[in-house]
Design a binder for this molecule. Structure first.
Ligand SMILES: [Zn+2]
Length: 161
């Protein structure tokens, strides 16, 4: 059995994400500062971000540019591009970290762990054997072995053509 990753800082995020005035993903789409918005890549219909509250180093999110909260309302061009970008993200992560596996997932609804419920997004989380052991013992201490800006820069550079 694979143990679920335990990332208590995610709870803080989930509890506060709804209190933000601006949608995280729309903000990234509209931002002109890739570093500030942690944007790795912008494509025609979607955008790739580094997760500010990662489960692991290299935790990416791919979101449609359009503010859409209903998974069923994704257009074909959006759904296709989001998945193609996830596949490219795996390519970049493989180059950077050589993970032993990946979790890809859509968290739909608060109860399913979504921090932002009204703008759907696909998580790409690299996994290693024993990575649950990296997780913090103290509830308010994050142990992420790489700075987010560094992750963003390296991913952008490693992104396959
Ligand atoms: Zn949005």
């Amino acid at each position: 059995m694979t143990k679920p990753l335990w990332a208590p800082w995610r709870l803080e995020y989930i509890q506060t994400a709804d209190e933000q005035d601006v949608c995280l993903f729309c903000n990234a789409v509209e931002s002109h500062d890739d570093e500030a918005a942690l944007v790795v890549l912008r494509a025609a219909h979607s955008v790739v971000l580094v997760n500010k509250f990662p489960y692991a180093s290299g935790h990416l999110m791919v979101a449609p540019r359009r503010h859409v909260g209903d998974f069923a309302e994704l257009r074909d061009d959006e759904a296709l591009e989001v998945h193609r970008l996830a596949a490219q993200g795996i390519g970049a992560l493989r180059q950077m970290y050589e993970p032993q596996g990946y979790n890809l997932g859509w968290n739909l609804g608060r109860v399913a762990g979504a921090g932002v419920v009204d703008h759907v997004h696909l998580h790409v989380v690299p996994r290693w054997n024993g990575d649950t052991n990296f997780m913090p013992v103290l509830a308010d201490v994050k142990v992420i072995p790489e700075h987010l800006l560094e992750t963003r820069r390296r991913l952008a550079e490693a992104w396959p053509p």
